[in-house]
Design a protein around this ligand. Structure first.
Ligand SMILES: *Cc1c(COP(=O)(O)O)cnc(C)c1O
Length: 625
């Protein structure tokens, strides 16, 4: 544009905008489409827009005591029209875009509702939400210090807080001769952390030149059957190949990695001179909260070193579910200052003791958007020797980026631009909750869960099937009226001649879950209450006589309650059981059990992609490895 042209419209003797060319007129209105560059005298337009947005969102919440949906429960997911979307000729006014945005949330499950408990999905805390939103205004990019200034400290300080919790030595307490220091990177979810860890492991074991020549050696990744399917994502996407994942057996009751089998596999590879890139310890499986013994794994890695010239086997703790139990590290379990009931105190101690040896690992993945009550995405991988990672993964600089500060993670991260939203959310959450906040929330979920388990124990037709698990999941089965659930379940669990009864009652759990899902979807009251939003698992463990999963159908189905939000209380659990029993009676009334669905039909349902389908899909994958 010519200077002369432009000054006609902005200079001192400015002409009316109406006389300017169209582009200038449109652009002038769009000036208001951005936050003002300077402090405003009146109310900030962004604040006004946010006000509108937040009051719309508040209006979408149910009336007190309403159903567990955001907005109208009759709004179901429907994707048929999406392909017709086209860019408009002119833009819409801000208020209209904001209100259309709000409409997209309509009908969605409400994670913060007292009746919502389907999976490890927490509502986000205020400090996490607000701090993440703040980054949208000034757009810090944590690719490097120059573009994010002290916002980088949210990543650096989060990594420091977590590596202190893990118990890794820090530069101040390091031997002066040692060049390593812990550190960490925020990334896209627990699967991103896993991916980082596998890339780091492959580079350390196969050598930095594998980054140039490609991965040409079938190094192995050892992880339990119960380990998350992110093992497939990362072995696939790193180019190692999914066939190089070697699954280790788990204990059929505790779901923990079988160390004898692990040793057998490690010895075999050792004798065959095949390098092991990584052993993955799952520090809390998604449902059973099974925690692998990382200290013992460290012992085995030292005992069976990789053959020369390969580097040392990497130990990764997939702690996305378990990491926050580390906050109990300083808890005085004897004095019990937070006053947990004895049973919960024991469970909390057990959970802390299960994760306390993560200092033996080379890296630990933590999800704040799971047991950290932060907004999506918010995950960090912390590494014991971050210096080593930085050296191994470093790329040459770029012509358009200069190292203007000491901290330039863009030189070795997978991502180029990285949002400040996740690092701010995680950091703000750590500041906001503190140890005591985490302890109270974690212990509080267990207290609520114990209330549920007590209600189950007192009802003859219901039985809890995972009493020994100390995580957040309660799995339970409902039996037909008049059946003693305890006795019947014991028979089905142990006696091969009860297989047909087991299958029929497995089908009953599935029908109850489907009925509750229908009731949740219709948003109506049933038996005077709104339906809880829960989930179910089609096989969380085999029967006692089927440890190798060779007997078709000899697995335990169960209804699943995963109470993640702080509004779930005793009353929620009473409603849950009331409606489970009502659903059971409904199933009996309709005789639905006489027409069992075929497996193929269920698969067809699964591909439809509703939230519940995804949830039960994850459950199924998790339990079948
Ligand atoms: C959820 C989960 C993952 C994947 O994490 P995302 O944050 O969903 O990417 C990995 N491992 C375990 C044990 C999980 O529960």
């Amino acid at each position: 544009m010519k200077v002369e042209n432009f000054s006609k419209h902005v200079g001192k003797q400015r002409r009316p905008v109406s006389e300017a060319p169209k582009w200038f007129q449109v652009r002038s209105t769009l000036n208001e489409a951005f936050p003002s560059p300077f402090r405003t005298e009146g109310p900030d337009p962004l604040m006004l827009g946010m006000n509108q947005a937040l009051s719309l969102l508040n209006g979408l919440k149910p009336e007190p005591g309403g159903a567990a949906h955001i907005g109208s429960a009759s709004m179901h997911p429907s994707y048929e029209q999406a392909a017709h979307a086209q860019l408009g000729q002119t833009g819409l006014p801000l208020s209209q875009v904001v209100s259309q945005s709000a409409q997209l949330f309509e009908g969605m499950p409400h994670w913060n509702h007292p009746l919502t408990m389907p999976n490890v999905i927490p509502p986000a805390n205020l400090a996490g939400i607000i701090s993440a939103m703040m980054t949208q205004v000034f757009s810090p990019n944590i690719i490097e210090g120059e573009y994010s200034w002290n916002v980088e400290n949210s990543e650096l300080e989060s990594a420091a807080m977590l590596s202190h919790l893990i118990g890794w030595p820090h530069p101040s307490n390091l031997d002066a001769t040692e060049g390593s220091a812990p550190g960490g990177l925020y990334t896209f979810g627990g699967s991103g952390c896993y991916f980082y860890a596998m890339k780091y492991a492959l580079t350390r074991v196969l050598g930095a030149e594998s980054r140039h020549k490609g991965i040409r050696t079938d190094a192995k990744i050892l992880v339990s059957y119960q380990g998350h399917y992110a093992k497939e994502n990362s072995s696939d996407w790193t180019g190692l190949g999914m066939d190089n994942v070697v699954q280790i057996r788990t204990d059929p009751v505790t779901n923990v990695m079988d160390l004898r089998h692990l040793e057998e596999v490690m010895r075999t590879f050792h004798d065959a001179q095949v390098p092991i890139a990584a052993v993955v310890c799952t520090m809390g499986t998604t449902d059973a909260f099974a925690v692998d013994d990382v200290k013992a794994v460290r012992g085995l890695v030292e005992k069976y070193p990789n053959p020369a010239p390969f580097g040392k086997t990497f130990i990764y703790c997939d702690a996305v579910i378990g990491w926050s139990w580390l906050t109990f590290g300083s808890y005085d379990f004897k004095a019990n200052p937070l006053g947990f009931t004895p049973l919960v105190l024991e469970q909390a101690r057990k959970n802390y003791e299960a994760v306390q040896h993560m200092k033996e690992a080379d890296a630990v993945g933590c999800d704040f958007h799971k047991v950290g009550w932060s907004p999506y995405n918010c995950s960090i991988i912390v590494m014991r020797d971050f210096t080593q990672f930085q050296v191994l993964m470093r790329r040459g600089g770029s012509a358009y980026l200069q190292a203007r500060t000491q901290y330039n993670p863009g030189l070795y991260t997978l991502e180029v631009s990285r949002t400040g939203a996740y690092s701010m959310a995680g950091w703000a959450t750590l500041k906001f909750l503190g140890r005591e906040g985490f302890q109270s929330i974690l212990g509080g979920v267990l207290e609520v869960q114990e209330a549920l388990r007590e209600l189950l124990a007192n009802h003859p037709e219901l039985v809890c099937v995972n009493n020994a698990d100390t995580g957040f999941v309660t799995l339970f089965r409902a039996y037909p009226a008049g059946v003693n659930a305890q006795q019947q379940y014991a028979r089905e669990l142990t006696e091969p001649q009860a297989l047909e009864e087991l299958k029929a009652h497995n089908a009953l759990q599935e029908r109850i879950a489907d009925t509750l899902w229908q009731w949740f979807r219709d948003g109506q009251q049933h038996e005077g209450a709104y339906a809880p939003y829960i989930s179910y698992t089609s096989g969380f463990r085999p029967t006692d006589y089927n440890p190798d999963m060779t007997v078709d159908g000899a697995v335990i189905y169960a209804l699943k309650a995963f109470p993640m939000n702080l509004n779930v209380g005793l009353e929620s659990m009473q409603t849950l059981l009331k409606l489970v029993l009502a659903a059971r009676d409904e199933v009996a009334k309709e005789g639905k059990l006489n027409k069992p669905k075929r497996r193929t039909e269920r698969r067809a349902v699964l591909t439809r992609g509703t939230v519940e389908d995804l949830v039960s899909g994850v459950t199924r994958r998790t339990h079948q490895g």
